[in-house]
Ligand binder design. Sequence first.
Ligand code: ATP
Ligand code: MG
Length: 457
Amino acid sequence: MATAKQDDYLLVAAIDFGTTYSGYAFSTRNDFTRDPTKAYLKQWVDPSSTMMYNKTSTCILFTKEKKFSKFGFEAEAKYLDLIIDDEYRDWYFFKRFKMSLYTLKSSDQNLVIEDETGKSMPALTVFSESIKYLKDSLVDECQKRHTSLKLNEIKWIVTVPAIWSDPAKTLMRSAAITVSIDSEMLTIALEPEAAALFVKHLPVEKKIDGKEGESFQTFAPGSKYIVVDAGGGTIDITAHEVLEDGTVKELLKATGGNWGGVAVDESYMKLIKCLIGDEVTKKIEKDPPSIFFEICRDFEIAKRTIKPDSDMKFTARIPSGLAEEYANVNVGKSMKTLKSVQIKSNHVVEVSFTGDKIRLASKNAEEFFADSIYKISEHLSELFKHESGREITTIILVGGYAESPVLINAIKAEFSHMRIIIPQEAAWSVLRGAVIFGHDPRIIKQRRSKFSYGIKV
Ligand SMILES: Nc1ncnc2c1ncn2[C@@H]1O[C@H](COP(=O)(O)OP(=O)(O)OP(=O)(O)O)[C@@H](O)[C@H]1O
Ligand SMILES: [Mg+2]
């Protein structure tokens, strides 16, 4: 996989381009020798909550003239500003656009994707401008720390979901090359494989689950494990068998589906839309899109408070515009006097309101996860019945969604007979693992897929 040119690198730079969040990390050869899990991760500030994260939101904003404007949390904030000033219509705002490649079957370099208002731009431009932003920011940070570093001394790793089709992976590679990342210094790595590498190098005390010796057993020759990368868009699953020399071979072809964290958001949005009814929903979708935008953003914070069997009610902020739109359509009625919402013909959920918040029983909030968890569990059960999956003893759970106590609890309950390892900071495992992969690419020996995504795709 590695080319001769790559041998002379001084620094590995990794970009994790996620459905919901993206970020980058880097480490020098020296850093890696000292501690393979240590890498510099860029810190991003979300202006809406002033919280710091190791990844920023995957959003990109272009001007009316289709010129790049902003990426990440900043793009989100600026777009909200444009909505408030009613100037957003001519701008191009793309959010969660990575999923547009999920179903890409044939190589179509002319693929176009639609922004939030339905205007289209070439996918290659949207992806390459995003990578360019991350790359430029990365090079900036690198050169601040390593002043003598030259561009041709950087080895690049860009990660993609293992379940993506070859054309989708190729488009990502083209996007990186378009922004002057040297093709010979670039490797496209698979997200769950990178995450597994990180877990392998992690000291035991950094695993929330996993007892002493378990990590050693998991990566001992002959051992078989499955990696579940639970992200925003996809659940991406790969299984490995550890060979005598410590390298790994792919046991099962990568599988998974679009049952990631976004599916949980969609269940919540469904409840909100049932609550306000079709007419108000349509009106909001047409007119002030900031209302749904804010609801999503508030839920992103609120959903992290949902825990299994909690005796506390779930609360989430809802923008005042929602109740106002409701009252505009339903003259004389107030949304806040509603006591329940019918989600399905046989499913009614009790709701209440306090100040600017909606409240639900904890068990009803847990249900936002139900569909996604059901699909993940079903899928894993099927894989464990598969001839090559029967001897798998360990589940490695990573990705941002793997920080959810509801998901963790469900997987532990369903697969109680298996060893389950979840690293601390599961959300950044792909990023940290990608850096390790850059320094030590020999680890993956055999893949079942047609190609390896090293240098030639
Ligand atoms: N504590 C938590 N509880 C529930 N969901 C969470 C929690 N923390 C993060 N998430 C969810 O995890 C998802 C983000 O995970 P991650 O950063 O791994 O995804 P991604 O890399 O953007 O997506 P993908 O890998 O599918 O392209 C989001 O949907 C987020 O809401
Ligand atoms: Mg991811």
